[in-house]
Structures are given as C-alpha cells and as structure tokens.
Design a protein around this ligand. Structure first.
Ligand code: APR
Length: 245
C-alpha cells in the first residue's frame, strides 16, 4: 500500500452508521426484517398509500437526525483534510452523519431523510419536521404533492453521471459497511477495478461481493478505519519527505 493515491472514491452503507445507533437494513434486527420493502420503499407503495409511506419515514426521522457521527465518519473527514488527493464520499445512507462529521464532497445517491420533493413543481424542501400529504409546497403553494426525497426501489439513484465519472477516474476504491446486494452501488467495485483502481472492502464480515475486492478488512469500521486512515496519511508524509516535497 506504499502509494500516494490521486483520487479516492469511498462508498458507504448502513454499516458505517450502525455504531451511531442507526439500525442497518439486512442485519439480524434490520429495518427490512421489521418492515416490508414493498409497503414503504417502492414507487408503487407510495402511489397506493402515500400517507402510510410518509408516516414510516417521519417515524424514522428523529433517530436519524439526533444520531451522532462515530469515529468512522470522523476519520473520513480527517482523511479529506490531510490527504492531498481528491477524496469523495458516495453514500447510500439517508442520514446526515457525514455532514455532521464535517465531511465534504458527499453524494447521497439514495436521497436524504431531511428532504422532501414536490412532485408538482420539483421544489426540494429541507425539513427536520414531519412531511406528509397535507404539507404545502413553499414554492408552488400546492398541498398533496410532497414525496420523501428517498430513492425508492425502481427509481434511478441520484448523481449517477458524477458517480460514474469518479468511478472511472479513481485509483483507490473503498467500500465501507455495505452488504453489496443492492445495485447499482453493488456494481461500483466492478467499474472501479475495470478502470484500474485498487479496491478494499471494510465490513464486519466478508460480503457476497468480497471476491471482487483486492483486499478485505474485517471488523467494526470504528476500529478498522481510523488505523487505515492514519496509515494512508503516514505514507503520504513519508513519501513526501523522501522525495523532498
Ligand atoms: N462496521 C462495519 N460493517 C458493519 C457494521 C460495523 N459496525 N455493522 C454492520 N456492518 C455491515 C453488515 O455486515 C452488512 O454487510 O454493514 C452491512 C449493512 O448492509 P445492509 O443492511 O444491507 O445495508 P446497505 O448495504 O447499506 O443497504 C443498501 O439497500 O435497502 C436499501 O436503500 C437501502 O441504501 C440501502 C441499500
């Protein structure tokens, strides 16, 4: 790993926020073990019963918004601050813990819990309060058109053109706390590797996607990631000293 990387692409999933008290989706007591995806996370579900879907996300909101960033979120901010290369964070999470940790260049490909979008005029509403079908859009003044700004199954994730460009250009691809079963995120490692990036998976255990990665680092990401980030920064400093930068 004695290399200074130019562009680091970091993909995060629910596992990075687990130690901040936000349940994951597919682990033992995960969200999808207690709720049916087809009732709360599909376009059809929202069309059939928008009020039920709004209630589901409104009930999730307080815990997600009150949660605090953990060491794993914080050390990504440290990497962005100390590393000369470009470091981008593409998250599948709808919580705002990367922002709370002070990170930048964050792409929420599955949306954000504190946002809703008006299906009448396209206005993006930022709100920490409940949003539902009675919410009046501040832009078009219409009620009944607000949808949680969450990418439902069957919808195109956000920022895909930027993400695909960064995947082709990165020389280090890191995946943190994602089970690698939901596409297109699960396929990102493929693209990064195809264009020559070195690829590392951080997860509690090896995921079904593990064989695609050059390296796997097992364990809680609050324990494994800080050490890894320190190493990346140390290598950069050593090589700069050696080369008299
Ligand atoms: N440290 C590292 N990894 C962890 C930790 C931890 N402390 N805790 C859990 N994990 C790992 C689990 O082993 C699992 O592989 O995080 C992964 C979480 O997987 P999922 O629950 O499937 O979440 P994710 O991969 O982010 O889901 C992807 O699916 O439901 C949709 O849109 C939703 O964004 C979500 C997408």
């Amino acid at each position: 790993m004695e290399k200074i990387y130019k562009r680091i692409f970091i993909l995060t999933g629910a596992g990075i926020s687990a130690e901040s008290g936000i349940g994951t989706f597919r682990d033992a007591n995960g969200l999808w073990n207690n709720h049916k995806v087809e009732d709360v996370a599909t376009v059809e579900a929202f069309e059939k019963n928008p009020q039920y879907v709004h209630r589901f996300y409104n009930e999730l909101k307080p815990n997600l918004l009150e949660a605090k960033p953990n060491l794993a979120h914080l050390c990504l901010t440290k990497l962005q601050e100390h590393y000369k290369g470009q470091v981008d964070i593409i998250t599948q999470n709808v919580d705002v813990l990367h922002e709370k940790a002070g990170s930048k260049n964050i792409y929420h490909m599955h949306g954000k819990i504190d946002e809703a979008i008006c299906l009448n005029c396209g206005h993006l509403l930022q709100s920490n309060d409940d949003v539902d079908m009675s919410t009046i859009c501040p832009h078009c003044a219409m009620a009944g058109f607000m949808k949680p700004n969450i990418v439902f199954f069957g919808e195109m994730p956000l920022y895909m053109p930027e993400i695909e460009k960064k995947l082709r250009e990165c020389d280090l691809f890191i995946s943190i706390g994602t089970s690698g079963v939901v596409y297109p995120a699960a396929g990102f490692v493929h693209t990064a590797k195809y264009y020559g990036a070195y690829t590392i998976e951080f997860n509690l255990e090896k995921t079904s996607n593990n064989y695609l990665f050059d390296e796997h680092i097992s364990g809680k990401c609050t324990e494994t990631l800080p050490q890894f980030v320190e190493q990346l920064i140390a290598v950069q400093e050593n090589m700069e000293n050696e080369n008299g930068y």
